[in-house]
Design a protein around this ligand. Structure first.
Ligand code: SAM
Ligand code: SF4
Length: 330
């Protein structure tokens, strides 16, 4: 039995992002500090618990699940988890956001498991800049991963690019050309002030979507598009390149809260109602109190809707949210 989830502002909530681990093999400069303390393994949800919670969310009204992290592909058993979640009756779409480092070997198992869409983060096409932005990443492996995913049959692949002024914004059109060449979509993301980082000052590197769109328009003709992926991106089509859409995720310059349909589950089982607020409920504790009673969890999810705030307020000169993006489920 499925129902619908509605918050106190009348928004229908049908999209869940589940973080399957807070750990990662990269240390992207906008996402993490160089030295990170990760959660003890005992406080992370087991694969069985993630699956049970997914069942409860779908019963409550979720239709689309995105697995994310941290880096979801470093969690052992990830392909089997995808297969079990994809089989939940009522779920319409299973997606994943990955840094692509392990995609070359895992693309095929993920495709066979029924994953519908992949978002792959790619902030630079310059190997040394890629390395410095991710601190540990290898560009060649990520590109091999993207090409393998296309070869095994993934039709819906989108690049995610966090653009930092003075660091990688000069590559915006090269990334668009890369996306067109491989028939991928691409979203450019404004950096959000999540977690305390010292590598750069976020107010100095802020790169607005309007600025990027202007730069892209100098090389390509962009046509406004009504397409929506049910995420926060606003899309444009590229004239003469119908297989590539360009999205902008603009948490600062274009507040997307009015149409928010999203909730997040952290790797330790906390249901977050908004990226920019700490309101949450501890679903792991509820599940562990009575592991076979998923109805109790479904009821708690409905009840949590009253905690979903109207909107976020991000400012680059202060960090209001101390949790990092990797522990949030980006
Ligand atoms: N590790 C995977 C990856 O990088 O794709 C999935 C998790 S990551 C937290 C999800 C997305 O959040 C990535 O596209 C990443 O670029 C983005 N992200 C991380 N920190 C961010 C921040 N402070 N502001 C905006 N986007 C951020
Ligand atoms: Fe890891 Fe993704 Fe964060 Fe980069 S953005 S450090 S790949 S979790």
């Amino acid at each position: 039995m499925t129902s619908t989830l509605t918050d106190t502002f009348g928004r229908h909530i049908n999209y869940l992002r589940m973080s399957v681990t807070d750990r990662c093999d990269f240390r992207c400069v906008y996402c993490m500090s160089e030295e990170m303390t990760f959660l003890p393994r005992s406080s992370i949800l087991t694969l069985k618990e993630i699956h049970n919670l997914a069942i409860a969310f779908v019963r409550a009204g979720v239709r689309k699940i995105r697995l994310t992290g941290g880096e979801p592909l470093i969690r052992p058993g990830i392909a089997a988890l995808c297969e079990s979640i994809k089989a939940i009756p009522g779920l319409e779409e299973l997606c994943m956001t990955t840094n692509g480092s392990r995609l070359e070997s895992l693309a095929e198992p993920l495709f066979s498991a029924g994953v519908d869409r992949l978002n792959v983060s790619l902030d630079s096409l310059d190997p040394s800049l890629f390395k410095s932005l991710t601190r540990t990443g290898n560009l060649t492996s990520v590109i091999k991963g993207i090409d393998t995913a296309r070869a095994v049959g993934f039709k819906k692949i989108k690049l995610n690019c966090v653009m930092l002024k003075g660091r990688n914004d000069h590559e915006v059109n090269d990334i668009v050309a890369f996306a067109i060449d491989r028939q991928l979509d691409v979203s450019f993301i404004e950096e959000m002030p999540l977690g305390v980082i010292t590598e750069h000052g976020r107010e100095q590197t802020f790169c607005s979507s309007a600025y990027l769109r202007e730069r892209i328009s100098q090389r390509y003709t962009l046509l406004a598009s009504s397409y929506t992926s049910s995420g926060p991106s606003r899309y444009w089509e590229v004239a003469h390149a119908p297989t590539t859409r360009i999205g902008f995720i603009s948490p600062h310059s274009h507040n997307f809260c009015d149409t928010c349909n999203r909730i997040r589950l952290t790797a330790e089982g906390r249901l977050l109602l908004c990226l920019g607020h700490e309101n949450s409920i501890d679903l792991k504790a509820i599940l562990r109190s009575d592991p076979t009673n998923t109805d109790l969890v479904t009821h708690s999810i409905h009840d949590a809707m009253k905690l979903k705030p109207r909107q976020h307020h991000f400012s680059n000169d202060s960090v209001e949210i101390v949790r990092f993006m990797n522990s949030t489920g980006g």
